[in-house]
Design a protein around this ligand. Structure first.
Ligand SMILES: Cc1cc2nc3c(=O)[nH]c(=O)nc-3n(C[C@H](O)[C@H](O)[C@H](O)COP(=O)(O)O)c2cc1C
Length: 205
């Protein structure tokens, strides 16, 4: 059975504003610059995320538009992502630890990917609350990025996160503008919220 998808509604107005308003645009304002202070604040949101045993198994490579990190990462994106990501104010590469650091006795857990996800979500919501937008993406050459940035083997290059100021959809090339205006869709809660038995919708949700 195809998933129950709700296309007819908007996020609940009672949600926290950054959760309600967050979405992943492709149209970023190429004249907007992210200040060091705002960048630090956004990364501080990631820093305060929960993690297994407080292991904090995340890392970020940070590029601001036009700098060497931004340019090198952008050159390694998939064609689809190259088309829009260059107008973002910042491109972040996220990483999580996948093995014990041979030179350290810092704790390591199997939940590192989960923890990075939480840090990325916190970061995105902080940016949203500051009037910015984020767009996470996995479409890039992970191996080439790891090699270029000399990532050690116990870390895994995971995703990219574009951060910037929203621009009108009309600023995009026509094919991207069409995608930008598509309604956002979500599964119905009955597809993933269960109670007494996996797969059986929880009666109260
Ligand atoms: C791990 C991950 C990988 C993604 N990869 C891409 C990508 O390569 N290109 C892209 O345009 N969007 C990418 N996205 C964005 C998703 O398509 C987007 O979050 C999803 O469609 C839900 O839309 P929303 O964020 O606007 O709610 C990715 C998101 C995540 C979390």
């Amino acid at each position: 059975m195809p998933p129950a998808v709700r296309t007819d509604d908007r996020p609940d107005a009672r949600l926290l504003a950054p959760i309600r308003d967050r979405w992943s645009p492709r149209a970023f304002d190429a004249t907007h610059g992210l200040t060091d202070d705002h960048l630090a604040l956004i990364l501080d949101a990631a820093r305060w995320a929960a993690s297994a045993g407080n292991s904090q198994p995340w890392a970020f490579l940070v590029g601001l538009r036009g700098d060497p990190t931004f340019t090198a990462f952008h050159a390694r994106l998939s064609r689809g992502n190259t088309a829009w990501a260059g107008r973002a104010s910042a491109l972040l590469i996220t990483l999580h630890q996948v093995a014990i650091d041979p030179d350290s006795d810092l704790p390591f857990s199997d939940y590192a990917a989960y923890d990075l996800g939480q840090a990325a979500a916190s970061l995105s919501l902080q940016a949203q609350a500051m009037g910015l937008h984020t767009h996470q993406f996995a479409g890039f050459d992970h191996e080439a990025v790891a090699e270029h940035f000399a990532v050690p083997p116990h870390w895994r290059v995971t995703t990219g996160i574009a951060i910037g100021q929203l621009a009108p959809a009309s600023s995009l090339e026509p094919a991207l503008a069409v995608r930008e205006r598509r309604p956002r869709v979500r599964k119905d809660a009955s597809e993933f919220v269960f109670a007494e038995r996996f797969g059986e919708p929880a009666p109260r949700i």
